[in-house]
Design a protein around this ligand. Structure first.
Ligand code: SF4
Length: 336
């Protein structure tokens, strides 16, 4: 059984009738941030979730943890449907499912010390009761993530970006969870610090037997870290598979465009750079048919009208595109 199973999950915003809707009779606008996403995460693996900024990755991560309520669908964690849990039962489950945020500074209370920030989950979940016990556990996890004992009584603004992310990691891990949503945990950091935090997250995963959903817009980070990868475009998963299969043979044109930006990831040495037209369309008014058709170099008539269905291409490798079986690769130079 998978540790996490996400079934047809959607998260929409808006849609409530406002003044404009009442005056015009038109329904309120709906932002389809996440639309009918299904995926699984196996115990002990890292599932990478990749896509451009604004594609719905973080919304999906937060909906999985019920930090924002899903509009539809189910999330089953270790056999339990957490979308159906009562608030007290959800609170108890949260001890097992945590999140590391992109911006460590914004996610840390500036008026609390490190000891208070990291100790809060221990108090909330009743894991430790006495102040001495909490202080001891906070000291242990902070030391493990690379903070010093004499830093526990300092405030977030007294730390560098990398150290603040270490505080965020300590806060996520102090309750000994099993599953972590890592929401772009290194993208706000300097490149030299990124490698240190990635190595720390890898080591902690091994030591603590963790499972990660690792969200990133950087395919080189996902290619290095993840076991499997899910590619997201405008709220939907367009391709998913083992990371080595996706790197060796990305099948969806959008995945190919992401891959083409990082030629060193290309085991076959392909170098053709795919430049997409325009920006990600607004989820307020997604294009009909295949949502990628407004930017896809391979779009044909059917793409503008019919939504492609996800197909299994090989065990564990799925993609949704009308032209999969033509075996066209944007990464290969056209024959002269
Ligand atoms: Fe491109 Fe059409 Fe495939 Fe969509 S279905 S990715 S528009 S070729």
């Amino acid at each position: 059984m998978s540790l996490l199973s996400v079934e047809h999950l959607s998260k929409f915003y808006g849609g409530k009738p406002g003044l404009t809707a009442r005056l015009t009779g038109a329904p309120g606008l709906v932002v389809r941030a996440v639309n009918d996403v299904s995926l699984t995460v196996e115990r002990g693996e890292i599932l990478g979730l990749i896509g451009e900024s604004g594609c719905g990755k973080s919304t999906l991560g937060r909906a999985i943890l019920r930090l924002s309520e899903p509009t539809a669908g189910r999330v089953v964690f270790d056999g339990q449907d957490i979308t159906a849990l009562s608030p007290p039962a959800l609170k108890a489950m949260r001890r097992r499912m945590q999140i590391i945020f992109q911006d460590p500074y914004a996610s840390l209370n500036p008026r609390r010390t490190v000891a208070e920030i990291v100790g809060l989950p221990l108090r909330l979940h009743g894991i430790a009761r006495s102040s001495d016990e909490i202080r001891h556990m906070v000291g242990q996890i902070c030391e493990r993530v690379g903070l010093k004992a004499n830093q526990l009584d300092r405030y977030p603004h007294q730390f560098s970006g990398g150290q603040r992310q270490r505080i965020g990691i300590a806060r996520a891990l102090v309750s000994t969870p099993e599953f972590i949503v890592c929401d772009e945990p290194v993208s706000a950091l300097d490149v030299s610090i990124q490698a240190q935090i990635i190595t720390l997250l890898q080591d902690l995963k091994q030591e603590m037997g963790l499972t990660y959903l690792f969200i990133s817009h950087d395919i080189s980070v996902i290619g290095y870290l993840a076991d499997r990868v899910a590619v997201m475009y405008l709220g939907e998963i367009v391709e998913m598979g083992q990371v080595e299969d996706i790197l060796a043979r990305p099948r969806h044109p959008y995945t190919q465009s992401l891959m083409s930006a990082v030629p060193e990831l290309e085991p076959t040495g392909r170098r053709n750079r795919v430049r997409l037209k325009g920006d990600l369309p607004s989820p307020l008014a997604p294009p009909p048919g295949c949502k990628f058709h407004t930017r896809c170099p391979l779009a044909i008539d059917i793409c503008r009208k019919v939504v492609p269905v996800s197909e299994t291409l090989a065990p564990g490798h799925t993609a949704a595109c009308h032209r999969l079986h033509e075996n066209i690769s944007l990464l290969e130079e056209p024959a002269a």
